[in-house]
Design a protein around this ligand. Sequence first.
Ligand code: C2E
Ligand code: MG
Ligand code: MG
Length: 275
Amino acid sequence: RAAVARNEARSAEIPILAYQPGNEERHIRQLAILADLRRAARHDEFRLFLQPKIRLPDGEICGAEALVRWQHPVFGFLTPDQFIPLAEKSGNISLITNWALGAAIRECRFWLEEGLDLPVSVNLSARDLQNRDLPCFALELLRDHDLPSRNLVLEITEQAVVHDAQRAILVLECLRDLGICISIDDFGTGYSSLAHLKHLPADELKIDRSFVMDLPGNKDDAAIVRAAIDLAHNLGRPVVAEGVENAAILLRRGELGCAEAQGDHMSKPVPLAAL
Ligand code: C2E
Ligand code: MG
Ligand code: MG
Protein backbone atom coordinates (compact mmCIF):
# COMPACT_ATOMS: atom_id res chain seq x y z
CA ARG A 1 0.00 0.00 0.00
CA ALA A 2 2.93 2.30 0.70
CA ALA A 3 4.25 1.50 -2.78
CA VAL A 4 0.86 2.25 -4.31
CA ALA A 5 0.74 5.63 -2.53
CA ARG A 6 4.31 6.39 -3.61
CA ASN A 7 3.50 5.62 -7.25
CA GLU A 8 0.36 7.75 -7.14
CA ALA A 9 2.37 10.63 -5.64
CA ARG A 10 5.02 10.29 -8.32
CA SER A 11 2.62 10.29 -11.22
CA ALA A 12 0.66 13.22 -9.72
CA GLU A 13 3.98 14.99 -8.97
CA ILE A 14 3.07 15.76 -5.35
CA PRO A 15 5.59 15.24 -2.52
CA ILE A 16 3.32 13.46 0.01
CA LEU A 17 0.21 11.40 -0.51
CA ALA A 18 -1.64 9.18 1.96
CA TYR A 19 -2.84 5.76 0.85
CA GLN A 20 -6.61 5.66 0.29
CA PRO A 21 -8.49 2.37 0.42
CA GLY A 22 -9.24 1.37 -3.15
CA ASN A 23 -6.13 3.04 -4.62
CA GLU A 24 -4.66 -0.32 -5.48
CA GLU A 25 -7.52 -1.05 -7.85
CA ARG A 26 -6.20 1.54 -10.27
CA HIS A 27 -2.69 0.22 -9.73
CA ILE A 28 -3.73 -3.39 -10.33
CA ARG A 29 -5.67 -2.37 -13.43
CA GLN A 30 -2.58 -0.58 -14.78
CA LEU A 31 -0.43 -3.65 -14.13
CA ALA A 32 -2.99 -5.82 -15.93
CA ILE A 33 -3.08 -3.44 -18.90
CA LEU A 34 0.72 -3.54 -19.07
CA ALA A 35 0.80 -7.32 -18.90
CA ASP A 36 -1.74 -7.55 -21.74
CA LEU A 37 0.06 -5.24 -24.21
CA ARG A 38 1.99 -7.96 -25.98
CA ARG A 39 -1.06 -10.17 -26.36
CA ALA A 40 -3.06 -7.20 -27.70
CA ALA A 41 -0.56 -6.62 -30.49
CA ARG A 42 -0.46 -10.32 -31.39
CA HIS A 43 -4.22 -10.89 -31.25
CA ASP A 44 -5.17 -7.69 -33.05
CA GLU A 45 -7.03 -6.17 -30.11
CA PHE A 46 -5.88 -2.68 -31.12
CA ARG A 47 -8.14 -0.66 -33.39
CA LEU A 48 -7.00 2.02 -35.76
CA PHE A 49 -9.20 5.12 -35.78
CA LEU A 50 -8.67 7.89 -38.30
CA GLN A 51 -9.28 11.60 -38.15
CA PRO A 52 -9.26 13.46 -41.46
CA LYS A 53 -7.16 16.54 -42.07
CA ILE A 54 -8.92 19.14 -44.22
CA ARG A 55 -7.46 21.66 -46.64
CA LEU A 56 -9.24 24.95 -46.91
CA PRO A 57 -10.96 26.79 -48.47
CA ASP A 58 -11.93 23.91 -50.77
CA GLY A 59 -12.67 21.51 -47.89
CA GLU A 60 -10.85 18.59 -49.52
CA ILE A 61 -9.48 15.84 -47.27
CA CYS A 62 -5.69 16.11 -47.54
CA GLY A 63 -4.70 13.34 -45.14
CA ALA A 64 -5.75 11.38 -42.06
CA GLU A 65 -4.18 10.80 -38.66
CA ALA A 66 -4.08 7.26 -37.29
CA LEU A 67 -5.12 7.19 -33.61
CA VAL A 68 -4.98 3.87 -31.84
CA ARG A 69 -7.64 2.44 -29.49
CA TRP A 70 -7.75 -0.86 -27.64
CA GLN A 71 -10.72 -3.21 -27.54
CA HIS A 72 -9.72 -4.92 -24.30
CA PRO A 73 -11.52 -8.20 -23.55
CA VAL A 74 -12.04 -7.31 -19.85
CA PHE A 75 -11.72 -3.51 -19.55
CA GLY A 76 -13.62 -2.72 -22.73
CA PHE A 77 -12.84 0.11 -25.14
CA LEU A 78 -9.68 1.95 -24.05
CA THR A 79 -8.60 5.37 -25.34
CA PRO A 80 -4.87 6.14 -25.83
CA ASP A 81 -4.52 8.10 -22.57
CA GLN A 82 -5.36 4.86 -20.72
CA PHE A 83 -2.48 2.82 -22.14
CA ILE A 84 0.00 4.88 -24.23
CA PRO A 85 1.63 6.59 -21.20
CA LEU A 86 1.92 3.17 -19.49
CA ALA A 87 3.50 1.64 -22.57
CA GLU A 88 5.89 4.60 -22.85
CA LYS A 89 6.96 4.42 -19.19
CA SER A 90 7.50 0.66 -19.27
CA GLY A 91 9.53 0.69 -22.48
CA ASN A 92 6.88 -1.13 -24.49
CA ILE A 93 5.77 1.63 -26.86
CA SER A 94 7.43 0.01 -29.88
CA LEU A 95 4.77 -2.73 -29.69
CA ILE A 96 2.11 -0.10 -30.36
CA THR A 97 4.16 1.92 -32.83
CA ASN A 98 4.96 -1.15 -34.93
CA TRP A 99 1.34 -2.26 -34.88
CA ALA A 100 0.07 1.24 -35.79
CA LEU A 101 2.60 1.58 -38.62
CA GLY A 102 1.55 -1.76 -40.11
CA ALA A 103 -2.17 -1.06 -39.83
CA ALA A 104 -1.87 2.52 -41.18
CA ILE A 105 0.32 1.55 -44.13
CA ARG A 106 -2.03 -1.31 -45.04
CA GLU A 107 -5.01 1.04 -44.96
CA CYS A 108 -3.20 3.72 -46.96
CA ARG A 109 -2.37 1.15 -49.64
CA PHE A 110 -6.07 0.23 -49.77
CA TRP A 111 -7.00 3.91 -50.36
CA LEU A 112 -4.52 4.09 -53.19
CA GLU A 113 -6.12 1.09 -54.82
CA GLU A 114 -9.49 2.85 -54.46
CA GLY A 115 -8.02 5.84 -56.29
CA LEU A 116 -7.43 7.96 -53.16
CA ASP A 117 -3.86 9.27 -53.04
CA LEU A 118 -3.97 10.37 -49.39
CA PRO A 119 -1.11 10.39 -46.86
CA VAL A 120 -1.60 8.74 -43.46
CA SER A 121 -0.03 10.15 -40.27
CA VAL A 122 1.23 7.92 -37.44
CA ASN A 123 2.27 9.17 -33.99
CA LEU A 124 5.72 8.36 -32.61
CA SER A 125 6.88 8.54 -28.99
CA ALA A 126 10.22 9.74 -27.62
CA ARG A 127 11.58 6.22 -27.32
CA ASP A 128 10.81 5.47 -30.97
CA LEU A 129 13.27 8.21 -31.91
CA GLN A 130 16.00 6.41 -29.99
CA ASN A 131 15.39 3.26 -32.01
CA ARG A 132 17.88 3.06 -34.86
CA ASP A 133 15.98 0.15 -36.40
CA LEU A 134 12.85 2.24 -36.93
CA PRO A 135 13.77 3.60 -40.40
CA CYS A 136 14.49 0.07 -41.67
CA PHE A 137 11.29 -1.26 -40.15
CA ALA A 138 9.24 1.52 -41.79
CA LEU A 139 10.97 1.02 -45.12
CA GLU A 140 10.27 -2.72 -45.10
CA LEU A 141 6.59 -2.13 -44.37
CA LEU A 142 6.37 0.44 -47.18
CA ARG A 143 8.03 -1.98 -49.60
CA ASP A 144 5.89 -4.93 -48.52
CA HIS A 145 2.76 -2.91 -49.27
CA ASP A 146 4.21 -1.15 -52.27
CA LEU A 147 3.34 2.26 -50.80
CA PRO A 148 5.32 5.37 -51.82
CA SER A 149 7.15 6.75 -48.76
CA ARG A 150 5.68 10.24 -49.34
CA ASN A 151 2.30 8.76 -48.30
CA LEU A 152 3.58 8.19 -44.76
CA VAL A 153 3.79 11.06 -42.26
CA LEU A 154 5.32 10.53 -38.82
CA GLU A 155 4.20 12.87 -36.04
CA ILE A 156 6.67 13.67 -33.27
CA THR A 157 6.54 16.20 -30.46
CA GLU A 158 9.31 18.67 -29.70
CA GLN A 159 9.61 17.01 -26.28
CA ALA A 160 10.39 13.68 -27.94
CA VAL A 161 13.50 15.12 -29.53
CA VAL A 162 14.88 16.73 -26.36
CA HIS A 163 15.96 13.37 -24.89
CA ASP A 164 19.26 12.41 -26.57
CA ALA A 165 18.59 14.97 -29.30
CA GLN A 166 21.58 13.89 -31.37
CA ARG A 167 20.39 10.35 -31.83
CA ALA A 168 16.76 11.44 -32.32
CA ILE A 169 17.74 13.84 -35.09
CA LEU A 170 19.84 11.13 -36.74
CA VAL A 171 16.82 8.79 -36.80
CA LEU A 172 14.62 11.62 -38.11
CA GLU A 173 17.07 12.50 -40.87
CA CYS A 174 17.24 8.85 -41.84
CA LEU A 175 13.43 8.66 -42.07
CA ARG A 176 13.39 11.81 -44.15
CA ASP A 177 16.09 10.53 -46.48
CA LEU A 178 13.72 7.65 -47.19
CA GLY A 179 11.13 10.20 -48.32
CA ILE A 180 8.90 9.89 -45.23
CA CYS A 181 7.38 13.21 -44.06
CA ILE A 182 7.95 14.46 -40.52
CA SER A 183 5.33 16.52 -38.69
CA ILE A 184 5.85 18.37 -35.41
CA ASP A 185 2.81 17.54 -33.24
CA ASP A 186 1.43 19.63 -30.34
CA PHE A 187 3.58 22.51 -31.55
CA GLY A 188 3.97 25.28 -28.98
CA THR A 189 3.80 23.06 -25.89
CA GLY A 190 7.52 22.23 -25.85
CA TYR A 191 10.00 24.38 -23.99
CA SER A 192 12.63 24.95 -26.60
CA SER A 193 10.58 25.52 -29.72
CA LEU A 194 12.69 28.21 -31.31
CA ALA A 195 16.14 26.83 -30.57
CA HIS A 196 15.14 23.36 -31.69
CA LEU A 197 13.06 24.22 -34.69
CA LYS A 198 16.11 25.26 -36.67
CA HIS A 199 17.64 21.81 -36.34
CA LEU A 200 14.47 19.76 -36.57
CA PRO A 201 14.04 18.02 -39.88
CA ALA A 202 10.31 18.69 -40.31
CA ASP A 203 7.88 19.09 -43.18
CA GLU A 204 4.80 20.30 -41.26
CA LEU A 205 3.82 21.90 -37.95
CA LYS A 206 0.64 21.05 -36.06
CA ILE A 207 -0.35 23.78 -33.65
CA ASP A 208 -1.48 22.29 -30.36
CA ARG A 209 -5.19 22.24 -29.72
CA SER A 210 -4.82 24.09 -26.41
CA PHE A 211 -4.02 27.26 -28.40
CA VAL A 212 -6.55 26.58 -31.12
CA MET A 213 -9.62 25.69 -29.04
CA ASP A 214 -10.09 29.17 -27.49
CA LEU A 215 -9.13 31.06 -30.62
CA PRO A 216 -12.34 33.05 -31.15
CA GLY A 217 -12.41 34.59 -27.66
CA ASN A 218 -8.79 34.67 -26.55
CA LYS A 219 -6.52 37.44 -27.86
CA ASP A 220 -3.38 35.89 -26.37
CA ASP A 221 -3.99 32.54 -28.03
CA ALA A 222 -4.68 34.29 -31.33
CA ALA A 223 -1.36 36.14 -31.03
CA ILE A 224 0.50 32.90 -30.29
CA VAL A 225 -1.15 31.07 -33.17
CA ARG A 226 -0.47 33.96 -35.55
CA ALA A 227 3.21 34.05 -34.52
CA ALA A 228 3.52 30.28 -34.92
CA ILE A 229 1.94 30.41 -38.37
CA ASP A 230 4.23 33.27 -39.46
CA LEU A 231 7.25 31.41 -38.13
CA ALA A 232 6.32 28.20 -39.92
CA HIS A 233 5.60 30.01 -43.17
CA ASN A 234 8.92 31.83 -43.01
CA LEU A 235 10.60 28.44 -42.57
CA GLY A 236 8.63 27.25 -45.59
CA ARG A 237 6.54 24.70 -43.67
CA PRO A 238 2.78 24.28 -43.86
CA VAL A 239 0.73 24.56 -40.66
CA VAL A 240 -2.16 22.43 -39.44
CA ALA A 241 -4.52 23.70 -36.71
CA GLU A 242 -5.50 20.86 -34.32
CA GLY A 243 -8.65 20.83 -32.18
CA VAL A 244 -10.93 22.74 -34.52
CA GLU A 245 -14.11 22.09 -32.55
CA ASN A 246 -16.54 24.52 -34.16
CA ALA A 247 -17.20 26.83 -37.09
CA ALA A 248 -15.99 29.95 -35.23
CA ILE A 249 -12.55 28.40 -34.72
CA LEU A 250 -12.48 27.27 -38.32
CA LEU A 251 -13.17 30.81 -39.50
CA ARG A 252 -10.61 32.41 -37.16
CA ARG A 253 -7.96 29.89 -38.31
CA GLY A 254 -8.62 30.99 -41.88
CA GLU A 255 -8.20 34.68 -40.99
CA LEU A 256 -4.85 33.87 -39.37
CA GLY A 257 -3.63 32.21 -42.57
CA CYS A 258 -3.57 28.57 -41.51
CA ALA A 259 -4.46 26.45 -44.54
CA GLU A 260 -5.11 23.03 -42.99
CA ALA A 261 -7.29 21.96 -40.08
CA GLN A 262 -8.17 18.88 -38.06
CA GLY A 263 -10.85 18.59 -35.41
CA ASP A 264 -14.18 17.37 -34.21
CA HIS A 265 -16.03 20.07 -36.18
CA MET A 266 -15.10 18.32 -39.44
CA SER A 267 -14.95 14.79 -38.02
CA LYS A 268 -14.05 13.04 -34.79
CA PRO A 269 -11.65 10.09 -35.14
CA VAL A 270 -13.68 7.31 -36.81
CA PRO A 271 -13.14 3.59 -37.50
CA LEU A 272 -11.38 2.69 -40.77
CA ALA A 273 -14.52 1.85 -42.72
CA ALA A 274 -16.22 5.12 -41.71
CA LEU A 275 -13.49 7.36 -43.12
P1 C2E B 1 -2.44 13.78 -30.84
O1 C2E B 1 -1.48 13.09 -31.72
O2 C2E B 1 -2.22 15.23 -30.59
O3 C2E B 1 -3.88 13.50 -31.46
C1 C2E B 1 -4.93 14.41 -31.48
C2 C2E B 1 -5.89 14.16 -30.33
O4 C2E B 1 -6.78 15.27 -30.28
C3 C2E B 1 -6.78 12.92 -30.56
O5 C2E B 1 -7.05 12.36 -29.29
C4 C2E B 1 -8.04 13.54 -31.12
O6 C2E B 1 -9.19 12.77 -30.88
C5 C2E B 1 -8.11 14.83 -30.34
N1 C2E B 1 -8.90 15.83 -31.03
C6 C2E B 1 -8.95 16.05 -32.37
N2 C2E B 1 -9.80 17.06 -32.67
C7 C2E B 1 -10.28 17.51 -31.50
C8 C2E B 1 -11.21 18.55 -31.15
O7 C2E B 1 -11.75 19.27 -31.99
N3 C2E B 1 -11.43 18.74 -29.83
C9 C2E B 1 -10.85 17.97 -28.86
N4 C2E B 1 -11.13 18.22 -27.58
N5 C2E B 1 -9.99 16.98 -29.14
C10 C2E B 1 -9.70 16.75 -30.45
P2 C2E B 1 -6.83 10.82 -28.98
O8 C2E B 1 -7.25 9.99 -30.16
O9 C2E B 1 -7.47 10.55 -27.66
O10 C2E B 1 -5.27 10.69 -28.86
C11 C2E B 1 -4.59 11.32 -27.81
C12 C2E B 1 -3.10 11.21 -27.97
O11 C2E B 1 -2.66 9.85 -27.85
C13 C2E B 1 -2.61 11.66 -29.34
O12 C2E B 1 -2.51 13.05 -29.39
C14 C2E B 1 -1.24 10.96 -29.39
O13 C2E B 1 -0.29 11.72 -28.72
C15 C2E B 1 -1.50 9.69 -28.62
N6 C2E B 1 -1.63 8.57 -29.57
C16 C2E B 1 -2.73 8.12 -30.23
N7 C2E B 1 -2.41 7.05 -31.03
C17 C2E B 1 -1.08 6.84 -30.86
C18 C2E B 1 -0.14 5.89 -31.41
O14 C2E B 1 -0.45 5.03 -32.22
N8 C2E B 1 1.16 6.00 -30.97
C19 C2E B 1 1.56 6.95 -30.07
N9 C2E B 1 2.85 6.99 -29.71
N10 C2E B 1 0.71 7.86 -29.56
C20 C2E B 1 -0.59 7.81 -29.94
MG1 MG C 1 -0.74 13.42 -33.48
MG1 MG D 1 -1.49 16.81 -31.27
